[in-house]
Each structure stands twice: as C-alpha cells, then as structure tokens.
Design a protein around this ligand. Sequence first.
Ligand code: PLP
Length: 453
Amino acid sequence: MNPQASRSRSRASVSPDAVARDISSLLLPHAVVGSPASPRCMVGGRGALLWDSSGRQYIDTTAGLGQCAVGYGHPQLVQAATVQMQRLASFPMFAGCVNEPAMRLADRLRAIAPTGLSKVFYTSGGSEGVETALKFARLAHVNSGASERTLILTRKGAYHGITAGALAVTEIDAFHHGLKESRQLSIPLSLPHARPLGPDATDILINELEQTIAAVGPEHIAAFIGEPVLGVSGMIPAPPGYWPRLQQVLKQHRILLIADEVATGYGRTGDWFACPQQGIEPDIMVTAKALTSGYIPMGAVLFSDHVIDMLHGTRLTHGSTFGGHAAAAAVALANLNIIEQEHLTARAAKLGTQILQQLKPLEELPWVEEVRGTGLMLAVELTPHATAAARELPARAAAEGVLLRNSPHNVCLTPPLVITDAQAQHISDVITTEIRTLGQTRSTRAGTASETV
Ligand code: PLP
C-alpha cells in the first residue's frame, strides 16, 4: 500500500455516512436513477493531489474532467477571483455593456490562438460553446445567401456536449439513449482511428468524406465539427495527413471547419492548442475547461476573419447571463499567465512522452490493444474481453492512492499539467501493475465469459 494513500488529513471531516445522507437530494450525472451511488466526497486539493472526506489522499490522473491545468488550490487564481469579485463579480455583456477583464482576455486569447482567429465570444462552458459555434456557422451561411446549408458533418466517437445541438453532433450511442430525434442535424463519418483502419486510413476517410458530400450535396452542409484528438472516445489522434487533406476538401465545398478544443485547449497536448500541431486552420474554435482551470466555469469561442466577414451585418440574437463573466475572465487571465510562466505546455509534452514510454510495454499483453497519447492526454485501450475486469481498476488504483477513470475499455489519463515527476512515476507504476494483474482475471482471455475471479 502506498503510504500516500493511507495518510489521513486532519482537514477531512465528512464521514462516509454523512455523504450517503447528503446525496439524498442529488441527481448525479451518469448515475442510475433510483440506484444509490456511493460517490467520493472530495474536500480539498493542492497541485495534483486531492483529498476525500474519509481523509484519503490521491494523485489525480483526471484533472477533474481534464479542466484543472494548473492544479488545485493555486493561490494566484484565488487572488484574481477575490480582487475582481470585490470590484465587480459579473455583469452581463448585453445592452451595450462590457467589462474590463473580458476585453483584456479577448486580446490575450487572440494573441495565443492559431493564426486568423480574431474574435472571441464567451460562454459558460463547452456545450454552450459548441452550440454557439454551430449556430453562428449556420447564420454565417444564411447571411451569405446559403440558407439551405443546415447540416453538420461529425464523426463516430465524437463527444461535443449535452445541449441539443452539441448532442446532435455527439456520436456515442449512450448519450442518445431514449431520445429519438436527437441526431437530426448531423451526418456521421467514420471514427478517424488509424489502428483499425490500417495504413490507408487517411485515404479511406477522405474518400468517405468526398462521397458523403457528393451524396448529401454540399449546398446542404454548413460545417464539419471535430476534436483534434478524440477525448471521450479514448484520446485518439487522427491518422497522419488527415487534417490538411480534410480541410482542403471542406474549403472546396465552402463547408466551415469547427475545431472542438474544449478538451485539448490551453496546454494539454503540449502546445497552447492542438490545431497548429495537427495542421488545422479552423474557421471556428471552441474552448472551455482549462481556460480557467475550472476555478470558475467559462468558455470562449474564437472566430476567423472569414466567418466574421460572412456574418457581417447580422445581429447576433444570442448570449447568456454568464457569458463574459468578469471574475471568470480575471481568473482566466491569471490562469493563462501561470501556464506561460510555469512553462506548462512544455511540461505536458515532456511528461506525456515520459509516461507514454513507461506504459508502452503494456502493449505486449494480449488484453491491451494500444497505448497512445498526445501530451498529457493518454489512454491504454483494453480489448473488449478485458472490459468487465477493467471496471475494477479505479477502485484498485484508489487503494494505491491514484484517482483513475476508465470509460469503459480505455484507461484515460489527463492529470493536472503540474503533476510532479515523482507523482507521474507513481501513476505509471500503479497502472502498469494493475493492468498486468488483469491477466489473473478469466474475463481478459478471449473466448471466455466476462467473469472476474
Ligand atoms: N467538447 C468536448 C471535446 C468535450 O470533451 C466536452 C466535455 O467533456 C464538451 C465539448 C462539453 O463541455 P462541457 O462539459 O463544459 O459542457
């Protein structure tokens, strides 16, 4: 047992019984209604460490849902929020009003964004950002005389959020359960994954794209949306050469390219954004999560000059109460300074390579399909036979002081970018041991029932 796991923190005061009582009024995301869950109550954190209410300490491999880039309990973010809240916490950016941090943040985002993205629209998070991007892409076409361009190209395995438009372009069946009309806007293309498609993956995917556009008619398609690296589906990068060729085809047909950088943005892949790394020049780029490291919810959607020209003269009858929240913008500015001053993009690249090398030998196991990653966005993909046994991994890792997520056959790692070398080594060691141990489980062997021993 890792000594870090068993160390008790005096600050933890909520007993497990109290947690069970306190969740009785909650509906929890991704939980079964009527089946009482037994969640951990997280009570504190510092850097890449978290503490729960029973006093257990964990090295966090999740950064929450990937948002906490600069780590927990960063005093500069607390300070930035406090100072701005004492002045003016928030005032909606409606009726001719703006606020000072929101303006400064837009300038800063423009300076670090991929070339050509020149205007910023604020949201409260990623789903609202995707919703905004889809709506403005369609409006841009309407304003350019192409109001029949209503459809959106997406890909199998894509995750873009929970609101109606974002859900329509999300191509993971579980999210559509019970909702018959939820995919109305979208046309799904194949999962852009080199391993199952083989060495001709890019040719296959681009042919499919061209044939789909020809079949549907480009005059009906407003935009293509894609994650530079597919996150929820298991940290899947596109096959080599895919993005520039895809972009060329879209341009020929005046289909706008929306890059969803909600998970990848602000350092996680080893650069400010994944788009330049992958050769993507987006017309619209959606960001959220690590913009504020999650200290206050906020998103930002960036638009190219081309889209702004298309939108010229249109009234944007669109905006939400919290878009451009002053305290969130002040936190975002401080957060971007920390990422820059602490060289966290370079750190993500270096540590990502290190962890990837440490985990790569797992590929020799018959129940491991692939170990892959871009920066600190890493996954160990298990075979379908290992999926049942893999459900136990989070609990087993937790016993070793590591907070881990698997979904359902990918063990995903997105730790805070400030994770130390020693912590990174510990998570590699624990994951290696636990995944090797899956071999003692009957369900990991092909052809046997999904049953653990
Ligand atoms: N897009 C991507 C790629 C995401 O990973 C997520 C969330 O995980 C979203 C959109 C939705 O963002 P949010 O949860 O902030 O609404």
